[in-house]
Design a protein around this ligand. Structure first.
Ligand code: OOG
Ligand code: NI
Length: 461
């Protein structure tokens, strides 16, 4: 019997989720249309250069989603559903620590981890879990009621989870089961029509709008979906021209003359959606909640640990400079800092070991004996270097995206001690390894170098 392989399940799931979200949040459909327009124009203008970090086929289908759950048990179930789609937990993000915009969640991202799987369909989901045990956000009393509420709900039914386990174990599902699995999985992330308890929601909202979105309702939902665009500044302008209100900034590194690194993101503000509300006396009214939005992103080259710490230092320098001269625009300062701090060519990033590349034996050399160093090999045309695209997220941008789409600041007791939820804790809670993104990029780079060494008959590289 033929089975639908995991990557096909993943691609279908991403497509169906996108259709569903477009129906629920029509401005998202506009965002996708405008992204496709921009991508067509950039490819028309720049040709192959536009596709240096992924083919237009991959980029057109590329999405990331965001979901939020309440407990380790729920997160473990999410891991089974995404495991069915060939997506593994990668990276650990603690958004409770974000300086100006703390949110009571810790997060990981589920995504494919092998280069060929990413090329087939790179769908990823930023997945956050509430931290009720953190006393900076929740009093003991509220924590207890919240945990009881969360323990009493079911986000994913037994049939969905059983199909997920079969898909993961068998690396796919027969067609009829695949369809059933996708129906149930997409359905689990639709906005529920079940009435929201107004007082309970408001009580949590006073602590954090994210806490209310997660723990104030008896179901989960896709919070946003994000297409990838090749020119995010152009997209921002076009969306604004269409009358869609965007958040103030594009998060992440600035646009500048050098290579794009990591990730730039922006979004449109969360829209008021009608939701049924249950009042204290039991009557049901129609209210509105503002939690779901559309985001868009441009991806650049993945940085090594050295590149990443340089990036983090440059961000700090931008903040420091701005604090000292508040009249200047953030963009101006950022471009300045970038031009002084970062090599403005791919070769520069490569030679200083700041970014990851894959290498392949080329045909551009004059012949003779190949040189021994990698940079000579590349310079003399023996080997080509292609940047590896960044597949992950940025904690500071993530916190900004969360916050810029929330109304209300929430409250936080800054005197209380943080509770340690770290990566090991999270891995234990879901019973799966959490991959280190740097190791994944380094592994891909190393595998390509090994092939080059074999092809050119070099003993060391
Ligand atoms: C997740 C926010 C983070 C991103 O792209 O950085 C995120 C959320 O709002 O649940 O999606
Ligand atoms: Ni996002």
């Amino acid at each position: 019997m033929s089975i639908i392989e995991q990557w096909r399940l993943r691609a279908r799931f991403a497509r169906r989720l996108s259709t569903m979200y477009g129906r629920e949040v029509p401005a998202y459909t506009t965002l996708v249309e405008v992204s496709e327009e921009v991508n067509r124009d950039v490819v028309g203008r720049d040709g192959d250069r536009a596709q240096r970090l992924g083919t237009i086929g991959r980029i057109t289908a590329e999405r990331h989603g965001a979901i939020r759950v309440g407990t380790p048990a729920e997160l473990a179930q999410v891991a089974r559903i995404f495991g069915a789609l060939g997506m593994r937990p990668v990276g650990f993000y603690d958004l409770r620590e974000a300086a100006s915009s703390a949110v009571p969640v810790i997060s990981t991202a589920f995504r494919p981890i092998d280069a060929d799987e990413l090329a087939r369909n790179p769908f990823r989901v930023f997945t956050s879990m509430l931290t009720p045990a953190d006393p900076r956000f929740f009093s003991p009393d509220l924590r207890a009621r919240l945990e009881t509420f969360l323990a009493g709900r079911e986000l994913f039914g037994p049939e969905l989870l059983a199909l997920a386990d079969r898909a993961e174990a068998g690396r796919g599902l027969p067609e009829a089961d695949a369809e059933r699995f996708l129906d149930l999985a997409v359905g689990a992330f639709e906005l529920s029509a079940e009435p929201v308890d107004r007082a309970w929601y408001a009580e949590l909202e006073a602590v954090s709008a994210v806490a209310a979105d997660i723990g104030g309702v008896r179901s989960t939902h896709i919070n946003h979906l994000t297409p990838r665009v090749l020119d995010i500044d152009d997209l921002y302008r076009r969306m604004t021209e269409r009358g869609i209100e965007m958040i103030d900034t594009i998060q992440g590194p600035p646009r500048w003359r050098g290579p794009d690194v990591l990730l730039r993101q922006t979004s449109f503000r969360a829209l008021a959606e009608p939701r049924a509300m249950r009042e204290a006396d039991g009557t049901i009214n129609t209210g509105a909640l503002r939690v779901r939005f559309g985001e868009v992103e441009a991806r650049g080259v993945a940085l090594t640990p050295e590149g990443r710490s340089l990036y983090d230092r440059l961000l700090t320098e931008i903040d420091r400079t701005l604090a000292g001269s508040p009249g200047r625009s953030r963009t101006d300062v950022a471009v300045d800092v970038w031009e002084r701090g970062l090599p403005d060519t791919e070769a520069g990033l490569r030679e200083r070991g700041l970014a990851y590349f894959t290498y392949a034996a080329g045909h551009g050399h004059a012949g003779g004996v190949p040189p021994e160093s990698l940079s000579d090999l590349v310079e003399q045309g023996w080997v080509t270097a292609t940047p590896i695209v960044y597949e992950d997220f940025l904690p500071r941008s993530a916190a900004g995206i969360f916050q810029s789409n929330l109304s209300g600041e929430g409250s936080r007791d800054t005197r209380a001690e943080a509770v340690e939820y770290d990566q090991d804790w999270l891995a234990g809670a879901i019973g799966r390894d959490i991959h280190n993104p740097f190791h994944l990029y380094a592994r891909e780079q190393a595998a390509s170098l090994e092939t080059v060494a074999t092809t050119l008959n070099l003993t060391t590289l």
